[in-house]
Design a protein around this ligand. Structure first.
Ligand code: UT7
Length: 332
């Protein structure tokens, strides 16, 4: 029997309609369009507005359009995994909320929290279920409502993040397409450089934590930048080397969209030219778990069966990793 790989057989995404531009940010904090563009490459971000609107709202939209696009009856789905750092609630899992709203009722579902590497961790986890041969349709959702944990008086973080969500369908492939290899890593000593101080069990919400603005992203940007450049570039190079891929063999690098300079450094280390780099950071900013599936969604019309893709991410934790995929279908 030939080996079963997990292949992406469809991709969809959702971005909320409201935009936050650099010129809006110039009115909110001491910054300039020029600084943001040169230091990050970001022009606009989408923001989910309105009462009682959590990450699931975007996940539901993305999954509904994925089901429609792939002609999938919700009852056929075996498993739904949601990568998010901004779940609707501490519990239940946002994956459960999405599944229920999409009438995915014959499945089990759970969340994975690995910050900006969450989608890669979830993709690899989902692929393991497919490879057993027991599970036939696994949906992996990646998305975040970063605006819910961003301090819009902190110019060092509020310029970076946006809201958005993407989703992919994983199915068995016995033709050699799909996920070929992965490298996932974490280093908990990175906690001090990137975290949210309060709201968890160590420091539950109280008047003081709110007054101290501890429910927002705390990031030592320059420090995280150094780790991100090194680890994302190294892991991308390592997975190419491990699979005997040259830059010519790679159709696209699909990098986490945290900072254009980190993306450029990763592409340089791989020897991959800029036209082979998926990029949407200028339009969406850093949507954390959403960046990679949203890139795949944007570039799907350009992808051909057999294309070699290297997905790479780095994020809070620290967490990082790379996934090597042979794309499984031609554009429709
Ligand atoms: O997504 C997962 C993980 N996160 C990342 O990968 C993010 C990694 N870090 C970064 O992308 C960058 O470090 C930032 C975009 C956050 C910051 O860029 P930087 O080039 O590393 O700037 P910096 O933090 O070294 O700050 C340089 C200067 C500072 O001023 P002084 O101290 O030199 O006078 C900052 O106060 O830039 C200042 N600054 C700003 N100036 C205008 C910081 N933010 C801003 C701003 N506008 N928005």
């Amino acid at each position: 029997m030939s080996k079963i790989n997990a292949a992406i057989t469809g991709v969809a995404g959702y971005l909320p309609p409201d935009l936050l531009t650099n010129s809006d940010l110039e009115k909110m904090v001491d910054t300039t369009n020029e600084w943001i563009m040169t230091r990050t490459g970001i022009e606009t971000r989408h923001i989910l507005k309105g009462e009682d609107q959590g990450t699931s709202v975007m996940g539901i939209e993305a999954v509904k359009s994925l089901l429609k696009k792939t002609n999938t009856d919700p009852s056929e789905v075996d498993l739904l995994i949601c990568a998010t750092t901004t779940p609707d609630m501490q519990f239940p899992a946002t994956a459960n909320i999405i599944s229920s709203a999409c009438e995915i009722n014959n499945a089990f579902s759970f969340d994975i929290q690995a910050a900006c590497s969450g989608f890669l961790y979830s993709l690899v986890t989902g692929s393991q279920y497919i490879e057993t041969g027991k599970y036939k349709k696994v949906i992996v959702v990646g998305g975040d409502k970063m605006s819910s944990i961003i301090d819009y008086t902190d110019r060092t973080t509020c310029i970076i993040f946006g809201d958005g969500c993407g989703a992919v369908m994983l199915e068995p492939n016995e033709e050699g397409m799909g996920i070929q290899d992965h490298i996932l890593q974490s280093d908990g000593s990175g906690e001090k450089h990137l975290h949210q101080k309060a709201g968890g069990s160590r420091r539950p919400a109280n008047e003081q934590t709110v007054a101290n603005r501890e429910h927002y992203v705390y990031q030592e940007g320059a420090h995280v930048f150094k780790f991100a450049v090194k680890n994302m570039a190294d892991v991308s190079y390592e997975i190419m080397e491990k699979n005997n891929l040259t830059a010519d063999d790679v159709a696209y690098l699909v990098p986490h969209q945290a900072n254009k300079r980190i993306i450029d450094a990763t592409a340089n280390r791989m020897g991959v030219s800029s036209e082979k780099v998926m990029l949407n950071i200028h339009r969406y900013g850093n949507t954390t778990s959403g960046t990679i599936p949203l890139c795949l969604w944007d570039y799907e019309p350009k992808l051909k069966k057999g294309d070699n893709l290297i997905l790479a991410a780095f994020g809070g934790g620290f967490t990082w990793g790379a996934v090597y995929i042979k794309w499984a279908y031609d554009p429709s």
